[in-house]
Design a protein. Structure first.
Lengths: 114, 113
C-alpha cells in the first residue's frame, strides 16, 4: 500500500499553461507539505498544512496555490507556468507539526516546462 | 536563521569501505536532526534521526550522533555496499517551526565493486 502518492509522476507542459499536482496520504497524518527540488537536487519547503490550515508559506510566487480539501489530500495548482518552475515537486506528510515528527515523502512529480 | 552544511560530493568508495559524510548545522532553538536518503528516481526516505544532544540514530548499519558542542551530525557506516549508492541529505527541524525541514545540499555517494 502506497503511503504518500502523487499524480502525475511526470508532467510536461508549455509556458503560460496552468497545471495541478495531486497528493494523497493514507497514514492518518494531520500535516502535509510541498517541497521543491531543483536541478542541483536542493530541496526547499514551499507550503505546509496542518488540519487543513496553512501554517507555512515560504516565499513562493502567488502563481502557486495549495489547496487541502481534507487532511488526507494536499494539491498544488500552478498558474502561468514559467521555465524556472521546472523541478521535481515532492509531497510529504507527518503525524504532527511539532518539530520532531518524521516526514514521509511521496515519489515526486517531475515538472518540465518548455 | 536555520541552515545545514554538508560536505560536497560526489563521494566515490569501493565496496566495504568506511563512509563518513559530514554535516554541521546552525539553528535558532533546539533542533531535531535527520538523515534522509534518496535513491535514483525515488522520493526521500528517512534513514535515521536524533532529537536531543548525545542521541545516536542508527539504521541499516548507518549511524549518526547528535553533537551539540560541535553542532554536528556526521553520518557513518562501517562497510558500504553498492546498494548504498544514493544521495544523502542532512536536515533539521526546530520546535515552533511548523516541522519544516531545512535541508543540506545533499551528498551523492557512489559505491563501486
Amino acid at each position: 500500500d502506497t503511503a504518500v502518492s502523487q499524480t502525475p509522476k511526470y508532467l510536461v507542459t508549455q509556458m503560460g499553461n496552468d497545471k495541478s499536482i495531486k497528493c494523497e496520504q493514507n497514514l492518518g497524518h494531520d500535516t502535509m507539505y510541498w517541497y521543491k527540488q531543483d536541478s542541483k537536487k536542493f530541496l526547499k519547503i514551499m507550503f505546509s498544512y496542518n488540519n487543513k490550515e496553512l501554517i507555512i508559506n515560504e516565499t513562493v510566487p502567488n502563481r502557486f496555490s495549495p489547496k487541502s480539501p481534507d487532511k488526507a489530500h494536499l494539491n498544488l495548482h500552478i498558474n502561468s507556468l514559467e521555465l524556472g518552475d521546472s523541478a521535481v515537486y515532492f509531497c510529504a506528510s507527518s503525524q504532527g507539526a511539532g518539530g520532531k515528527y518524521e516526514q514521509y515523502f511521496g515519489p515526486g512529480t517531475r515538472l518540465t516546462v518548455t | 536563521g536555520n541552515s545545514v552544511t554538508q560536505m560536497e560530493g560526489p563521494v566515490t568508495l569501493s565496496e566495504e569501505a568506511f563512509l563518513t559524510i559530514n554535516c554541521t548545522y546552525t539553528a535558532t532553538g533546539y533542533p531535531s536532526l535527520f538523515w534522509y536518503v534518496q535513491y535514483p528516481g525515488e522520493g526521500l526516505q528517512l534513514l535515521l534521526k536524533a532529537t536531543k544532544a548525545d542521541d545516536k540514530g542508527s539504521n541499516k548499519g548507518f549511524e549518526a550522533t547528535y553533537r551539540k558542542e560541535t553542532t554536528s551530525f556526521h553520518l557513518e557506516k562501517g562497510s558500504v555496499q553498492v546498494s548504498d549508492s544514493a544521495v544523502y541529505f542532512c536536515a533539521l527541524t526546530v520546535t515552533g517551526g511548523g516541522n519544516k525541514l531545512t535541508f543540506g545540499t545533499g551528498t551523492q555517494l557512489k559505491v563501486e565493486l
